[in-house]
Design a protein around this ligand. Structure first.
Ligand SMILES: Cc1cc2nc3c(=O)[nH]c(=O)nc-3n(C[C@H](O)[C@H](O)[C@H](O)COP(=O)(O)OP(=O)(O)OC[C@H]3O[C@@H](n4cnc5c(N)ncnc54)[C@H](O)[C@@H]3O)c2cc1C
Ligand SMILES: NC(=O)c1ccc[n+]([C@@H]2O[C@H](COP(=O)([O-])OP(=O)(O)OC[C@H]3O[C@@H](n4cnc5c(N)ncnc54)[C@H](O)[C@@H]3O)[C@@H](O)[C@H]2O)c1
Length: 459
């Protein structure tokens, strides 16, 4: 006799959804979580980052007002007020999550960490053992450790800590021009920090389309120092500052000091802390459990995995969907059903925004591209947001819109429109039959669709 039908490890977005689905199936279930409750998204992820970005963009908008002939005094960033609002609103969002968590009976929410001792038993950090028929692994991820930064000791902050700072730094180095580095690096820059953004592989914001990646790299570099292939010689702490010795793109090898370093060099799954070697789970080449992304089942086992823990699409809406699928299948195991998966949609809340939709650039056999530049696009120019490119993707011999990459104004909204049409399987011709108002940014989408239509007619 097992203690529970389903044990869910991790009470983040994926785990909470999994637990609720298992309960909805009439099973006995419990959640185990030894860390702070409230979810990564609300506590230290999606919400506080967007709050900081909004403050930064408000400051930027005032500075930019001059381009419309509006004269203002230089805006003053009140660090304390900015950070107070970020934390106040963040706590409000966490509060809503906690209301849901508070409804979980105390005996079903175990506030400890878990490790496996065999296929059906976990040991809790307090020493207790619990068994279950099935498990959902929803342990999330943590910031990747970057060894070269160890020299700066406590001056290295990740997104887990950045929202607790007392003042906007005068100078900050950001390691990792990915999603977090771009969003937070640009926000700090727009709040007055002198930012250096360092990358390693040449990538930026997860952009896969080379033409758009190069355009975006140049655009960000015009706003703050950006080197996506930086050479860092050393990092140390001295006199309360982080000292970085690096090859500056124009000045050659230099040494600069920073108030702190923001590390944003990717995230790693917490499954490596579960002692999975004591189970029959098979790991993939990425060193996380191999699983099916339609059922979330690990092989044909009684283990299911959801959210950032599986290291596939570490986004909030995916964690939520995956949690639901995993929780339901863990409850009905050995009967498992494929769950509904959506067209892929990723948005980076930089300015301009980045959106990646559906099939990515490199996944096509014979790619056909429809293009538009926002530089001359009517409404974008009217608003002074005429920067960026959008590429729409189709496969030669097939007129369906299959994917897109955007770096431009309102990419979060265009990205949704495109994702919805991709998921509906609409052809370029069908999409062009839809209404387009004037003058709107969506007219840029129409231009790209017309270009794609022309390209498809020619091949
Ligand atoms: C700065 C930042 C900004 C982001 N912005 C966005 C955004 O704008 N949009 C978006 O879609 N996504 C965003 N994300 C990603 C999004 O936050 C994550 O994809 C999502 O929160 C993952 O949810 P999860 O349930 O998998 O993990 P989590 O919410 O992290 O939950 C995992 C839980 O497992 C617990 N745990 C770990 N190990 C154990 C163990 N051994 N035993 C018991 N419990 C354990 C942890 O304490 C934690 O509570 C952002 C992430 C970050 C860091
Ligand atoms: N808007 C959003 O939806 C949003 C926002 C923030 C985070 N997230 C999620 O969080 C995940 C993690 O974000 P992230 O930005 O940490 O990871 P990421 O994978 O997006 O980017 C990491 C970047 O760091 C670089 N890098 C790796 N090692 C480095 C080193 N030693 N020095 C300098 N650069 C290095 C990589 O080349 C890459 O450009 C994202 O994949 C995303 O799914 C989403």
């Amino acid at each position: 006799m097992k203690d529970y039908d389903v044990l869910v490890i991790g009470a983040g977005t994926a785990g909470l959804n999994a637990y609720r689905q298992a309960k909805a199936q009439g099973k006995t279930a419990a959640l185990i979580d030894g860390g702070p409750l409230g979810t990564t998204c609300a506590r230290v992820g999606c919400m506080p980052s967007k709050l900081l970005i909004s403050a930064a963009n408000a400051n930027h908008a005032v500075k930019k007002a001059r381009m419309f002939g509006i004269e203002t005094a230089d805006p003053v960033v009140n660090d304390e007020a900015v950070l107070k609002r970020v934390r106040f609103e963040r706590d409000r969002f966490v509060g809503f999550v906690m209301e849901g968590i508070d409804n979980i009976p105390e005996e079903h929410l175990i506030r400890e960490y878990a490790e496996f001792i065999d296929d059906h038993t976990v040991q809790l950090s307090g020493g207790r053992k619990l068994s279950a028929k099935t498990f959902v692994l929803a342990v999330g991820s943590r910031p990747r450790h970057v060894p070269i930064l160890d020299g700066a000791e406590d001056l290295v902050l990740s997104s887990d800590h950045i929202f607790e700072i007392e003042k906007i730094p005068e100078r900050v180095a950001v390691f990792g021009p990915g999603v977090i580095g771009l969003e937070l690096g640009q926000a700090l820059s727009r709040l007055g920090a002198d930012v250096r953004l360092f990358g390693r592989s040449g990538s930026i914001g997860g952009i896969r389309d080379p033409e758009i990646r190069d355009y975006a790299t140049k655009a960000f570099a015009e706003e703050f120092y950006t080197d996506t292939k930086a050479t860092i010689h050393s990092v140390r702490k001295e006199g309360g500052k982080a000292i970085i010795n690096y090859d500056h793109k124009e000045k050659g090898r230099i040494e600069e000091s920073f108030d702190f370093i923001l590390t944003a060099s990717g995230r790693v799954s917490n499954t490596d802390r579960l002692k999975l070697e004591n189970t029959s789970i098979v790991l993939s080449h990425r060193k996380v459990p191999a699983y099916s992304n339609s059922t979330m089942q690990c092989g044909d086992s009684h283990f299911f995995i959801a959210g950032d823990a599986n290291d596939e699409i570490p986004l909030l809406h995916e964690a939520s969907d995956e949690g639901k699928i995993a929780g339901k299948n863990a409850a009905t195991f050995p009967k498992v059903d494929p769950g509904h998966r959506r067209t892929q949609l990723g948005i980076v809340f930089s300015d301009p925004e980045i959106a990646s939709i559906g099939q990515s650039y490199e996944s096509f056999d014979e790619l056909v591209i429809g293009r538009v530049s926002f530089e001359g696009q009517g409404r974008s120019r009217v608003m002074g947001k005429n920067k960026g490119l959008m590429h729409l993707y189709a496969e030669k011999g097939d007129r369906r819109l299959r994917g897109a990459q955007i770096f431009g104004p309102s990419a979060e909204h265009l990205g949704h429109l495109i994702a919805w049409t991709v998921q509906q399987g609409l052809t370029v011709d069908q999409i062009l039959e839809m209404p387009f108002y004037h003058p709107v940014i969506e007219e840029g989408l129409r231009t790209a669709l017309q270009d794609l239509q022309k390209e498809l007619d020619q091949v």
